[in-house]
Ligand binder design. Structure first.
Ligand code: XUL
Ligand code: CO
Length: 442
């Protein structure tokens, strides 16, 4: 059998004293953190599109990445070789999951029927490879943004035939996700948004998006798909204003259309920062609203205002992310999907391995720090104390919804002596404390 990455051996855990770049310093899959193994906590997934179909193009330049399968001319043969290489990659890294768009894995044909036949043939190969390499599907999705028919959007296109086509495409993508035992199905907004309100019926487009998602949820039920349905917020790019702007917009949208029980969020770090939030904010907001479903693990560059999809190497960020994930009792059936790509200058296969290793280790390290922080309870203890006035007297009545403005006015007149004594927020002390956890974890 062909070996696609012969220069790379199986990547092993060597501990944090090792200087061997292609080894794990922190990720030791079977090691227990609390009552779960690291691999059960982290549920790492590779993104098929970035790691196996992307070739390093950007608006200014051609492909810089040439993988062994790129030389094959016949599109179906190429898709099969790419799949075999992808599963060798996952096995060598010990990745448990992968994610894909329908069009990443199989080439389109001349009709929807032919396209679906191609997809089915490749999915059969995936079934064999998944079994052979012991890899599972974290989520599947449909690419509703690349083909020119989706120029004005898919579910929010002004053209009803495009809406219908998108529905047919999602129907099939959900069915193959089910066939592959996927744990989740993702809807990222693609081109669901607008470039200018001068030509856009905002109300109809939002209603149509909700109609589309309602039909998708109905279909999932009809075919017996038991995975989570996830919507991935993003504020802009490719459109000026995407409808699923951030988790807060998503929560409002779901409640407005009565979809809050059917959908959760797939939160991407770089989308959070594009929305002017940090990743920590989006995770915390989702957790508080019972919407934290899964994560697209990556990072942006603070100097660049677009979705650079870099591998997550900022351990401060991964620590805070893991803290929220632990507070959520984990992510399962979601996981941590590396929706990240190597820079176009990093075009060697070794770079693809090194990038994943750096991301995996950053999250494994973040998990260890976050676990200690949570076990010691230092932040939660501080918060308990900070809000303690809401557990007694007037605060208790406020929280139990047992008071009103009249009563609060009387309370102020009778009991409150000015100036009201406030406590310090102690932000810098807590930041120092967090740093001390990071610097003492190994
Ligand atoms: C786009 C993005 C997508 C989705 C899947 O910014 O993140 O890759 O994750 O369609
Ligand atoms: Co994503």
């Amino acid at each position: 059998m062909t070996e696609y990455f012969p220069e790379i051996k199986k990547v092993e855990y060597e501990g944090n004293k090792s200087r061997k770049t292609l080894s794990f310093k922190h990720y030791n899959p079977e090691e227990k953190v609390g009552n779960k193994s690291m691999s059960d906590h982290l549920r790492f997934s590779v993104a098929y599109w970035h790691s196996f179909t992307d070739r390093g193009t950007d608006p200014f330049g051609a492909a810089t990445i040439q993988r062994p399968w790129d030389e094959i001319e016949n599109p179906m043969s190429k898709a099969k070789e790419r799949a075999r290489a992808a599963f060798e990659f996952m096995e060598k890294l010990g990745l448990d999951y992968f994610c894909f768009h329908d069009r990443d894995i199989a080439p389109p044909g001349d009709s929807l029927k032919e396209t679906n036949d191609n997809l089915d043939e490749i999915v059969s190969l995936f079934q064999e490879l998944m079994e052979d390499k012991d890899v599972e599907l974290l989520w599947g999705t449909a690419n509703l943004f690349e083909h020119p028919r989706y120029a004005h959007g898919a579910a929010t296109s002004p053209n009803s035939e495009v809406f219908a086509y998108a529905a047919a495409q999602v129907k099939k993508a959900m069915e193959v996700t089910k066939r592959l035992g996927g744990s989740n199905y993702v809807f990222w907004g693609g081109r669901e948004g607008y470039q200018t309100l001068l030509n856009t019926d905002l109300g109809l487009e939002q209603d149509n998006l909700a109609r589309f998602l309602t039909m998708a949820a109905d279909h999932a039920e009809r075919i017996g798909f038991e995975g989570q349905l996830l919507i991935e917020p993003k504020p802009m790019e490719p459109t000026k204003h995407q409808y699923d702007f951030d988790v807060e917009h998503l929560a409002a949208f779901l409640r407005r259309y009565g979809l809050e029980r059917q959908f959760k969020a797939n939160i991407e770090a770089n989308h959070a920062t594009l929305a002017g939030h940090d990743f920590h904010h989006e995770l915390a907001y989702a957790r508080e609203n019972d919407l934290l479903g899964s994560v697209d693990a990556n990072q942006g560059d603070p100097m660049l205002g677009w979705d650079t999809d870099q591998f997550p190497t900022n351990i401060y960020g991964t620590t805070l992310a893991m803290y929220e994930i632990l507070r959520n009792n984990g992510l399962a059936p979601g996981g941590l999907n590396f929706d990240a790509k190597v820079r176009r200058e990093s075009f060697k296969p070794r770079d693809l391995f090194a990038a994943h290793i750096a991301g995996i280790d950053s999250f494994a390290f973040g998990l260890k720090v976050a676990h200690r922080l949570k076990e010691d309870g230092v932040l939660e203890e501080f918060k308990q104390d900070r809000y303690s006035s809401f557990r007694e007297e007037v605060g208790k009545k406020i929280c139990q919804n047992e008071t009103n403005f009249d009563e609060l006015e009387s309370y102020v007149i009778e009991h409150i002596k000015e100036p009201i004594v406030l406590n310090s927020g102690r932000q810098e002390e807590l930041e120092g404390l967090l740093n001390s956890y990071i610097t003492t974890t190994n």
